[in-house]
Design a protein around this ligand. Structure first.
Ligand code: NAD
Length: 369
């Protein structure tokens, strides 16, 4: 059995609480002989600043470079509001993303049947929803130059951001989308605005050429990004994989996230380029939520986003598809049985603690045989 190198970076606030539940899940897989892990643990965010005066130490960066996958909890909190800007907790996450070259952000939106009524949309629109948004993370308008505010001769000001993409950048993110679609329902929807943007024209041309060359077995459709936003709230189940740029991906993934209810339910993954020799990608898995200082230390955090992020690591970094299916199935079973943490419990009903939810998921794993 292969041993997977896993680095755990729990971080601040509820990060360590939800990561502890992943550790119980990891132990279960190991005890059952279904997967083997070599686990390292490190510090990131405010706790790293307290220990090393930086948001992530060189030693922990090295562990991240060497790992097959990094599991990241959450960083930040009022305690570190006044630390120097370059050492603020979020700088640890940004450094990880940059140094590991994580250009592909994967945000699934899965609506468990038991939670369909918690969505702001009608249950029949979201029940059974399972879509994946693949967002380009390191290019586009957030990074393009010039990026400035200049004062004009008449004293008024002009702000400039630059949307820029090259064909290799578009090619590599769309490849990720096509590869993932092959493991799912085999459909990619490419969202851009070729009607008004040159980068949109280039995006459409590039994805069309890539599709014809290497992925003609996958269904490809083009959708204007504004229409995609509308379709996501009208009938989201028409989608399988949506691939899009950094700016549109930021917005569309937040829209898709809210289809499924609580922030405590949303996992994510960020992937880097494939290593030519090993075929492996650098990867970081993290819940979408932050460190939730308002509930930290109270046993109220929902660990499902963090455990779901580990399920994504099993699927996308370790190729352990059966283990990932089993874990996601166990989460669905627990929700189906009515077990809820406070954030997803109906008002007036009983809620379980973070560790009780973790234990219930381990029990459901066991019950699946
Ligand atoms: P947040 O996601 O931490 O919390 C928003 C709300 O959702 C809070 O009411 C919180 O209690 C609730 N919530 C979040 N996760 C939950 C969970 N697992 N279970 C139950 N309820 C949950 O966002 P915020 O309050 O805007 O930010 C708090 C801190 O986290 C800030 O310092 C911010 O900078 C940081 N942050 C970090 C990340 C990250 O590490 N990737 C992401 C976002 C925010």
């Amino acid at each position: 059995m292969a041993t997977h190198k896993l680095l755990l970076l729990p971080g601040d606030g509820i990060g360590p609480e939800v990561m502890a539940q992943v550790e119980t899940v990891v132990s279960w897989f190991e005890k059952r002989g279904l997967a083997g892990f070599a686990i390292e643990k490190g510090l990131v965010g405010g706790c790293a600043y307290d220990a090393h005066k930086q948001a992530i130490s060189e030693g922990d960066m090295k562990l991240a470079q060497d790992a097959d996958a990094v599991l990241f909890g959450a960083v930040g909190g009022p305690k570190w509001a006044d630390v120097p800007y370059q050492h603020r907790p979020e700088a640890g996450l940004l450094r990880l993303r940059k140094d590991l070259g994580l250009f592909a952000n994967l945000r699934p939106a899965i609506c468990y049947p038991a939670l369909a009524s918690a969505s702001s949309l009608k249950p029949e629109v979201v029940e059974g929803l399972d879509i994946l948004i693949v967002r380009e993370l390191t290019g586009g308008v957030y990074f393009g130059e010039p990026k400035e505010i200049v004062t004009l001769e008449d004293g008024s000001k002009r702000g400039v951001d630059t949307q820029v993409y090259t064909t290799p950048e578009i090619d590599r993110i769309c490849r990720v989308a096509f590869e993932l679609a092959r493991t799912r329902r085999n459909k990619v929807s490419s969202a851009e605005k070729h009607n008004v943007m040159k980068t949109g024209v280039l995006w459409k041309q590039t994805v069309t050429a890539l599709h014809a060359k290497d992925y003609s077995d996958v269904e490809l459709e083009h959708v204007l990004a504004d229409n995609c936003a509308m379709q996501l709230v009208r009938w989201p189940k028409q989608y399988d994989v949506i691939v899009t740029d950094n700016l549109f991906g930021d917005i569309l993934s937040d829209v898709a996230a809210m289809l499924t209810g609580s922030l405590g339910m949303l996992p994510s993954a960020s992937l880097g380029a494939e290593d030519a020799a090993t075929g492996k990608r650098k990867a970081l898995y993290e819940p979408v939520h932050g460190s939730a200082p308002d509930i930290a230390g109270k046993g109220l955090a929902n660990p499902i986003a963090m455990i779901g992020s580990f399920a994504m690591a099993l699927r996308y970094s370790f190729g352990a598809i059966e283990a990932a299916d089993r874990l996601e199935g166990a989460i669905a079973d627990v929700l189906g049985s009515g077990t809820r943490t406070k954030d997803i419990a109906a008002p007036g009903t009983n809620a379980v603690s973070t560790s009780e939810m973790g234990a219930a998921i381990v029990k459901a794993l066991e019950a699946r045989g």
